[in-house]
Design a protein. Structure first.
Length: 213
């Protein structure tokens, strides 16, 4: 873990994994690793909510279990976080052997800033995201019916904070058929389902705005 400092931490929330994940983690004797275990399967958004809530640092970097961080990711994103509350990097989409499938998630997704743009076509992919403690405190707790955690965090940031899309590729994001999300690929949901998701997001954002004011 060469990008970590002695005062950093890694928070791992195990969502009832059925493989050897827990045993592998326990063989890594590093006090910076904090392992959270659950008694029942929580789902993606709830699992990330628990991890984010448990984090104690000024900056939070989300990570998927099978992606690769490129050198200087932490350094470059922390520098950007001096001016912004949420920063995104670009990523290569790769297969399970790290062969490049697409060189730019931004390009294929037409990613960029803007609330309406991201409401209709989400640019916020958690594995490419880092944000401040101020934003963490604003997005928690997650509403129970949001479609995905990164979608919620991105839209709250668009409404209330400064957001920056870095041009740099800092992550290799694996696509291998077993991913829990469809980031970088076509949605599996019909148009009606996606429309209802957006309606729920707007409802929750309106409730959230009223609650925090």
């Amino acid at each position: 873990m060469p990008q970590l400092r002695p005062e950093d931490e890694i928070v791992i929330s195990d969502d009832c994994s059925g493989d050897d994940t827990l045993n592998v983690i326990r063989t890594i004797h590093d006090p910076r690793i904090r392992l959270l275990q659950c008694d029942s399967e929580m789902g993606i958004a709830r699992n990330f909510e628990i991890s984010i809530n448990a984090s104690r640092g000024d900056y939070i970097f989300l990570a998927d279990q099978d992606d690769v961080w490129l050198p200087d990711k932490v350094k470059m994103m922390k520098y950007a976080l001096q001016q912004y509350d949420l920063v995104m990097s670009d990523c290569h989409l790769v297969d399970d052997r790290l062969n490049i499938l697409q060189r730019s998630f931004y390009r294929i997704n037409r990613s960029g800033q803007g609330f309406l743009r991201n409401l209709f076509r989400n640019s916020y992919m958690g594995c490419c995201m880092a944000f401040t403690k101020r934003l963490k405190e604003r997005v928690l707790p997650f509403p129970p019916d949001i479609p995905m955690h990164d979608f919620w965090i991105g839209l709250v940031a668009e409404l209330h904070f400064r957001v920056h899309f870095m041009p740099d590729v800092l992550v290799l994001h694996r696509r291998h058929g077993g991913n829990a999300s469809t980031s970088g690929g076509l949605s599996r949901h019909p148009i009606r389902h996606r429309f209802m998701q957006r309606c729920r997001m707007l409802k929750n954002l309106l409730i959230h705005k009223h609650y925090v004011e």
